[in-house]
Design a protein around this ligand. Structure first.
Ligand code: FAD
Length: 103
């Protein structure tokens, strides 16, 4: 048996990635089932392909959520920091630019 989606890795709503990850799970698992010699081998391949990415997304979601509970000082300082920093549009490419290659 294998689980996908929220039962495997419920993310903070602040990550905005839970449904995306559930779909990624399904596509990655389908690909592993297509390519492996057996179901157990497919499950092992699925976990080794996908676990590190899922854990990174879940951790990022937690950071996003934690950032929404700032103390009274940071509540005033953070907007200034955000105004001064140079935006890097590629910084979150690892999350939003993810592609699953399917031959
Ligand atoms: C407030 C909030 C905001 C979110 N915003 C985003 C977002 O912007 N982007 C994003 O990607 N994700 C977002 N998510 C997360 C996303 O909704 C979930 O990660 C995603 O729906 C998980 O999909 P799933 O298929 O694993 O589970 P679910 O969508 O929960 O599907 C499980 C299904 O199983 C059914 N079910 C349960 N028990 C049984 C049973 N015994 N028999 C038959 N059926 C059963 C349920 O009714 C449900 O339809 C948000 C979540 C929340 C709470």
């Amino acid at each position: 048996m294998i689980i996908v989606g929220d039962p495997a890795h419920a993310t903070s709503p602040a990550s905005g990635q839970g449904a995306s990850m559930a779909i990624e799970d399904a596509v990655t698992l389908a690909k592993c089932l297509r390519d492996a010699d057996s179901v157990p081998a497919a499950f092992t391949a699925y976990e080794s392909l996908h676990r590190a990415r899922v854990e990174r997304v879940v951790a990022q979601g937690k950071r996003n959520g934690d950032g929404k509970t700032l103390g009274p000082v940071m509540r005033h300082v953070l907007p200034l920091i955000l105004k001064l920093r140079k935006p890097n549009p590629d910084a979150m490419d690892w999350m939003y630019g993810h592609r699953i290659t399917w031959d």
